[in-house]
Design a binder for this molecule. Sequence first.
Ligand code: CMP
Length: 152
Amino acid sequence: MAGRITFTIIKPGAVQNEHIGPILGKIAEAGFHIAGMKMVQLSRNEAQNFYCIHEDKPFFGELVEFMVSGPIVVALLEKDNAVEDFRKLIGSTDPKKAEPGTIRHMFAQSIQANAVHGSDSDENAIKESEYFFAGYEKFYKDKGGCLQGSMQ
Ligand code: CMP
């Protein structure tokens, strides 16, 4: 069964262009519960670690520089079929290929400054949210037990 959590980042370009509110509005409208959220400034080392899966790609250096260029908003999202539904909501990585109405179609500037990140699997949703959120920062709607932080 597909998992109930995904993880997102509202990236520096979208934060700088005052798109936090409209993006969160689209996320809420699509039925996601925000189970954790904060605004942070990544260090170069933190950005390199987060995107280490791409370290051999030619765009890695630019991606890291972009991600440290300003504050980001990280959020833990909860909904049935969260990963797949969120990827549909945000659209293709390249905003030129994103469907009208998707978050990237509406708010992205380029493939690099593509407004938001969304986890690509249940496993990565857990890894990525654990990178940013401690157990006491997670507020699940479907508590599934008394220890909110360990329900995954
Ligand atoms: P994201 O979903 O955060 O995951 C990895 C990021 O790498 C991706 O969004 C893009 O911002 C970036 N990326 C992927 N492909 C390219 C590319 N060809 N050129 C520049 N950046 C890219």
